[in-house]
Each structure stands twice: as C-alpha cells, then as structure tokens.
Design a protein. Structure first.
Length: 622
C-alpha cells in the first residue's frame, strides 16, 4: 500500500475519507474532502466568452447538482507580479500571489453563493524557475502562499522535479531542508494541498511516489481527480534528481485510473489535471483568454485518447491561455489553461446528474487577475514604461502577510548591485531568426570567462530554455540606477542554481551535440538552439537529413578538427543530458566550478557595463 501524502495539518483543515483502490495490488489511499474555504469580496467582474459543453448522456431524469472548479497553472513562485513583456494580459497588468489570492477568493465566494462544492485546482509548475524571493528558500514561500490562497489539488509539473524527487516529497509533507535547514526560523509544515503524480512511478515498485488520484464529494456524487506531468519531463529536468523514478505515458495512465475509479467505485465523472498543453495559434495581436482560436499542441492527441469520463482537463506547461472543447475517445472534454504567474483564474462550472453520476454540462472562462490602478481614461497608471502602479484594493491580506515576510528576508540579497549593462539585453528571438539571442551570447561568454583559467575552457554552450527573463536597462523596484543590475535581476534570468561543468569533448562529439538541436516533439520538429560563446561559430540547416544539419564549425576562425579535443563548458543540466543533449554525457575529465551558473553571470556583469551580445555567431541557411 502506497503512503498517503495527506499531512496532519491538512487532516485538521478538512475531513478526509480514505478509499482503497486496487491496481494489480493496492494502489493508494485516496483522501476526500469538503470544498475549500471561501474568501474574497463581493465585487463584480466581466467574464470572457465561455466555452460550454452539454453532455448527451446527462439528465436521465435525476436531479442535478452544481460544482465549481477554480483553476490555474505555472505559478512559478510568483510572489511578486511579473514584469517586462510578461507583465500584462492583452495590456491589462495582472498576476502575482497577492492578486491571484484576491481573485481566487472573490470567485470562490461568488461560486459558493450557488453551491458549496467549490474546489481550487492547479496543473503543475507551481514551484521552480522561481524569482529569488521564493527560490532562495527552496520554494517554501510559494507553497505557503498557495496554502494561504486555499489550493486543494495540483498535478506535478516538470519544474516540481528541478531539485529531485526527495525535495518534492519534502515540499509536500513538510520538514526543514536537509542542507539549509529552516532558513526563515519557522518550521516548514508542507503543502495543505495534494500534489498528484499518477504517471511518475518508482522504478523498483512501480508505485507512484506521490498520490496518483484523489476524490471529492459533489452533492452525493463522487468525482475523481487524476493528476500527472508530461511524459517528456526527464528530457527537461536535471536527470540527477530523478534516477529512482520513471515517467509513464499520459493516456495509458489516465485511462488506467479512470478504469479503476469506474470499476471499483462507480465513478463516472472525472477531472484530469495535467502539466501539458497547447496554444491558440497563430495568436492575433489581442487574443481572447477564453477562446480556442486555431488551437494546437501536445494536449490535443492526449485528450483524444482519454476515456469519455474525463469531462474536464485542466492543463498547463505552455504558459498560454485558452478554454477549448476538444474531442476525447468517446465524447468531449472541456480543456483549460490560465497562462502563467497567476495572471488568470479559470472559472469552471460543472453540473452533474445525481442518478447517472455523469456530467450534464461543463462551461469554463478565464478571468484576468488584474493588479493595476486605472486612470480616469481607462489606461493603466505607470511610474516608468512597463512599470505599473499596483492596486492595494486587489490584494489578499493573508497572502500579503506571507509574501511580505519573505520579501523582507530576501531584500538585502536581492537589491545588492552586482554589475551593469549598457542597454537592454533580451532573450527573445524571432521564429525566422537564427535563434541566437543577445542574452544567450552574454551568458555563454560569462560561463566561458568563469571557467577559462580554472578549467581550460575554450567553448561554452547555454540552453535557451534556461534563460528565464531579459535584463532591462531601466531601474527596477529595487531602486538601482538605470544600467545597474541587482542580484535579484540576475537570478531571475538564471534561477535554477545549476552547477557549471567543464569537460573534454572531441570535435566529432561537439558536432554530435549540435546535431541534437532539432528534436521531433509530438511529430513536429522543434529548434533547441544552444547559445554559444565568442569565437565559436557554425551553420545549420534544419531541413537537411538528421546528422547532416550542422556545418562550418569553427573556433576562432579555425575549423573544428573531429579528432582533436576541446574543453567545453555547460551547466550540469546539459552535461547530464538535459533537453535531449545526450551526446554531452560522453565527455571526460569533468571539472565543476565553485558556486552556480548565476554566479558566473554575476561575475561577468561585475566587469561591465556589459553590452548586448551580437547574436551573429550562428548562421542559419533556411
């Protein structure tokens, strides 16, 4: 019997009923609870156009019962509102923990005027790739603000595994960090909500390392919740932390538990929370957060294979917003995503038939968790371009208390000036470009400088997915002068605390690494173009056959010799085969630099002002 992850604190907060479910052997104890606590205000809001599905099998002559889900995803430790290009939704400033808490509690209070059966659910990446205010404390602040918001259930996401399975289990169950202890001086009690990881199983036992499913009563009808991350998680997290588990197929896992829930408990209404998604594509200049325009993505074939009992799918991972009606294996599922950083809340209304125990109707709409102050003309107040005045009337006080505690604790570290830049250094690239960014160049140069003398590095490579924000020349809320960079800003760019590794590769191995930049994901080729340090150059053509897409590899103008050896620096995520770069695992004579990748960036910024990289080291012929 697998261990239930329900903490003693959660048991004090809600009544739980353990239901044994068999799968080959006894699978897990499944906690049940009443709806979450209400909160918020009585303010009104204007909903977006909802997606609405009426199920043909609904009704059946029995009475119906109403329920609400409030959903979000990809919170990423956003205690503070997002900044820069991601600060708004269609021009409306939104997001951050205090404002997410306000809107969730407001919507919860409004929903509870209709029904007592209101649950708050999420679809993973609640932690990881977090700003310093959360990451400095191993994302305990993120969990604590989500407790304060009243989250009930979440699937795991890939970033939940950034620090490995043991750390995720600690975040769920509580206890001080094994190395850093309880840094804030208070005991860490764990998550009040349930993390679900149905498709992440122990390699030896085959059992999920966290609860796979949970149940909720809705007016006498049991509703099953299954939670999982994307099967491709091992390719986008550090392999060192997930050696004891494997990630199973999403469709097979979801349907296995659906079969168990229906066969042993008679459950016919199910919700899947899954950290995989899609996007409205191509996005127009202003895109309705509740629409499903030209939708495509990895979630579509997953939903197509699901059993029809899954009437609701709360998704994530792509950081996009949508509410869709997508076909499953025998009917229709309402599929939702609420963007990222707490900028939206998905309000999902579910009607169930008490006799058939099936969904009668489901509708969903995304509500913007706005956080700004409006001018009389309807525009938003700013103190500088893109820097919005926050509206204190939209702040949840309970969440603010938690966030302020950690802001105070981290301020001396975050606001320390570490260097300077001569202008904005962006991470963004156009789809038709060579996929090399000015900030990618700077980070690769920083890692080369950091390891050249100590480890003999000649080349540095940086994965673009590890660059989480641009560097802005303008002053930030930390109060530094324009051009100055704080440690908090540098950490926001590289928040993973990866180690910096230098190893020996042959020229042939370097080519093999570069040939792995064009993986096929869900039947389509994607580009994962490594950012490169000064002096290193090459050309690629992604339309050529695999193995022949890279040419003209050179170091300081001299062609790379396939038989010669070179010292190459990367972060340890890449060195361990992350992002599919398995060719990097074949290096020899590894040397690990002191500190983390952010320390390499900070050391380089201290030599500034640093100019934006030229983004001309990689040539693209098609």
């Amino acid at each position: 019997m697998a261990e239930s992850v329900a903490s003693p604190r959660r048991l004090r907060l809600a009544r739980h009923l353990a239901v044994p479910v068999l799968a080959a052997a006894v699978v897990a104890l499944l906690p049940l609870a009443k709806s979450g606590t209400s909160g918020g205000t009585g303010d009104t809001w204007t909903p977006m156009s909802p997606v609405k599905v009426a199920f043909e099998h609904g009704g059946g002559g029995g009475s119906t019962v109403q329920s609400h889900l409030l959903g979000f995803n990809d919170f990423h430790g956003a205690l503070d509102p997002p900044t820069g290009s991601g600060a708004t939704v269609n021009g409306t400033p939104a997001g951050g923990s205090e404002y997410l808490g306000y809107w969730v509690k407001k919507l919860r209070a409004e929903a509870r005027q209709q029904t007592p059966y209101v649950y708050t659910v999420a679809a993973g990446d609640l932690v990881g790739a977090s700003p310093l205010v959360s990451a400095a404390f191993h994302d305990e602040p993120s969990i604590e603000v989500l407790n304060a918001i009243g989250l009930d259930i979440s699937s795991v996401g890939n970033h939940e595994y950034d620090e490995g399975t043991k750390e995720l289990e600690r975040l769920q169950r509580g206890g001080c960090h094994p190395t850093d202890g309880c840094q804030d001086g208070d005991p860490y009690r764990g998550a009040d909500f349930e993390y679900l990881a149905a498709n992440v199983v122990n390699k030896n036992t085959g059992l999920p390392h966290l609860s796979p499913i949970t149940l909720r009563w809705v007016g006498g009808v049991l509703v099953g919740f299954v939670g999982m991350t994307l099967k491709g998680t091992p390719g986008i997290v550090n392999p060192a932390g997930i050696t004891t588990v494997e990630f199973k197929d999403e469709i097979e896992t979801a349907n296995k538990y659906a079969d168990l829930l229906k066969r042993f408990l008679g459950i016919k209404a199910m919700v899947l929370t899954i950290h995989e998604g899609g996007a409205q594509n191509p996005p127009p200049a202003v895109i309705d957060p509740s629409s499903c325009a030209n939708f495509a993505g990895a979630i579509t074939p997953i939903v197509a294979g699901l059993r029809p009992e899954f009437g609701v799918v709360v998704s994530g991972h792509t950081h996009r917003f949508y509410t869709c009606e997508l076909p499953n294996s025998g009917g229709t599922s309402v599929v939702t995503s609420a963007g990222t950083n707490g900028q939206l809340v998905t309000d999902i209304s579910m009607k169930l038939d008490r006799r058939t125990r099936k969904f009668v109707e489901v509708s969903a709409r995304n509500v913007i968790a706005e956080n700004g102050v409006r001018n009389p003309d309807g525009t938003w107040q700013t103190t500088a371009p893109g820097v919005f005045v926050r509206n204190p009337a939209l702040v949840d006080p309970k969440v603010k208390t938690v966030a302020d505690k950690y802001r105070t604790a981290v301020a001396p570290i975050a606001n320390r000036i570490v260097g300077s830049i001569s202008g904005d250094i962006t991470r963004d690239v156009a789809l038709t470009s060579n996929q090399e960014s000015p900030l990618g160049d700077v980070i690769a140069d920083a890692q080369l400088r950091y390891t050249a003398a100590s480890a003999g590095a000649q080349i540095a490579l940086m994965n673009p997915g590890g660059i989480r924000a641009s560097l802005s020349y303008a002053n930030s809320p930390g109060g530094e002068a324009p051009g100055q960079v704080t440690y908090g800003e540098a950490f926001t760019v590289q928040p993973f605390n990866n180690l910096v590794v230098t190893q020996t590769l042959t020229g042939a191995q370097i080519k093999d690494v570069l040939e792995q930049q064009f993986p096929t994901v869900n039947g389509a080729q994607v580009l994962r173009i490594l950012q490169v340090s000064a002096g290193f150059s090459y050309t690629y053509n992604s339309t050529l056959p695999a193995g022949s897409r890279i040419s003209n590899i050179a170091l300081n103008g001299t062609p790379i010799d396939p038989a010669a050896t070179y010292r190459v620096t990367t972060n340890d995520f890449l060195a361990n085969g992350g992002d599919g770069f398995t060719a990097l695992t074949g290096g020899t004579n590894r040397v690990t630099a002191p500190g983390f990748d952010v320390d390499a960036l900070v050391a380089y910024l201290a030599t500034g002002p640093i100019a934006p990289g030229p983004a001309n080291r990689i040539a693209r012929t098609v």
